[in-house]
Write a protein that binds this ligand. Structure first.
Ligand SMILES: *Cc1c(COP(=O)(O)O)cnc(C)c1O
Length: 414
């Protein structure tokens, strides 16, 4: 056997050993929680139980021949952490299994995941169809950055599904949306969008940040790619930034080719943190959802509250669709206080426990007032278009005892 062949066999054996530990390849490991906990990279020579942190920018080769074979993709192996690292590989393997995807990629932030996806899949002259209610920075990428390279977009309203077909152009390449939306928690029918994208031969991309794969798996409804801000529920403890992309292999190949050279790589440390966090994603999302529906139901009865929106409240206009595509309603509740902008700001000022901060999806409950903060630069009319009324409050319901969460919100509403 040639030396090169020996290396190939050794690496192959190692991969098989890895697969034996890998949740996806072991037939006793089929369910979400188990895959999220048991999917792990290979043990090191120290036989640790918990995955170690691989803080290294590059990897050494045994000899010139191995280096050549790895560089030419003849055999798989780590070269440089901008390309791959055992910690990011483990995280990618998990998101792949949890979203039911063929392949995945990790990025430094959620926005890097959005930008990498667009950068990898779009070219000059292409057109994007996007749901109007998308994350603020995604909006900026579409309106300010992509046009510099001759990539156009059209917004469509979430409920105006008849207009979606009218907005498709000859050069439309991709449809992009979020559900539940931020901050209005509106719901888009993923199954409907799947058949729409198929009918018009569009790439179907969903930002699944609010739901996480535990509550909703867009790939089941035909999504080609799913994007995450891992900064939110996937870490879930407000510690690190990260982004993930999961979906069809041929699209991830493009994503990978773009990302390896443009460099939005996820830090191995952040990958290690997020991968550990995924071990508790299911229990956290169950409790976030349980606390959120209790808060939503309580708010609905409050005399100072005009309207409450939560996907699993029967009063939500898309309750039936939410029930069809989500396992639970998630951790975000929005409501409108009577008294508009001033009352909204006063509410925030009176909070004693609940944090006022820009993040969401944390163990700690967070409240924001979009009209005076994140969306203050929009005109009143633009805010109306995306459903941000002056008294709208967004609560990211945390994991504290629900009585304490309600207690703080109750005294702030007085
Ligand atoms: C936060 C967020 C992003 C951006 O993620 P970062 O990790 O902050 O870059 C994208 N989409 C949605 C829906 C988000 O909530």
């Amino acid at each position: 056997m040639s030396k090169y062949l020996k290396i190939k066999v050794a690496i192959f054996k190692k991969e098989i050993a890895g697969q034996a530990r890998n949740g996806g390849k072991n037939k006793n490991m089929k369910n979400f929680e188990t895959l999220a906990i048991r999917t792990q990279s290979d043990r090191s020579q120290f036989n640790e139980h918990s995955t170690p942190l691989h803080l290294t920018s590059s990897f050494v080769f045994d000899d010139a021949e191995q280096m050549r074979a790895i560089f030419s993709d003849e055999i798989q192996g780590n070269m440089y952490s901008r390309f791959s690292n055992p910690n990011t590989t483990e995280l990618i393997e998990k998101i792949k299994l949890l979203e039911g995807a063929e392949a995945g990629w990790a990025t430094a932030t959620g926005m890097a995941a959005v930008f990498t996806t667009f950068g990898a899949l779009l070219k000059q002259g292409d057109h994007v169809l996007a749901c109007r209610s998308i994350f603020g920075s995604s909006h900026t990428i579409l309106t300010k950055i992509l046009p510099k390279w001759g990539i156009e977009f059209t917004y469509v309203d979430i409920d105006d599904t008849e207009n979606w077909a009218a907005a498709v152009q000859k050069n439309t390449k991709l449809v992009f949306a979020e559900t539940p939306t931020n901050p209005g928690v509106d719901i888009l029918d993923l199954e409907w969008l799947g058949s729409f994208a198929k009918e018009h031969s569009l790439l179907y991309v969903i930002d699944n940040c609010f739901a996480t794969p535990y509550l909703q798996q867009p790939i089941k409804y035909g999504a080609d790619l799913v994007i995450h801000s891992a900064t939110k529920y996937l870490d879930g403890q407000g510690r690190v930034l990260g982004g993930l992309i999961a979906g069809k292999q041929y699209l991830i190949d493009e994503v990978q080719a773009f990302a390896r050279h443009s460099g939005p790589a996820l830090s191995p440390f952040n990958a290690w943190v997020i991968s550990k966090s995924l071990e508790t994603l299911a229990v956290r999302m169950d409790r976030h959802s349980e606390n959120a529906i209790k808060l939503a139901a309580w708010l609905e009865k409050h005399p100072e509250v005009e309207l409450v929106k939560y996907p699993f409240l029967p009063s939500h206009p898309k309750y039936a669709i939410a029930k069809k595509q989500m396992k639970a309603g998630g951790g975000i509740v929005t409501f409108i206080v009577k008294g508009g902008l001033e009352k909204g700001r006063k509410f925030l000022d009176k909070l004693q426990m609940v944090s006022i901060t820009a993040n969401l999806g944390d163990t700690r409950t967070i409240a924001t007032h979009p009209a005076s903060t994140t969306h203050s630069k929009l005109t009143e009319e633009e805010r109306q278009e995306v459903g941000i009324l002056p008294g709208l409050i967004r609560v990211s319901v945390g994991l504290e005892n629900i009585d304490d969460i309600i207690g703080d919100i109750e005294q702030a509403l007085l």
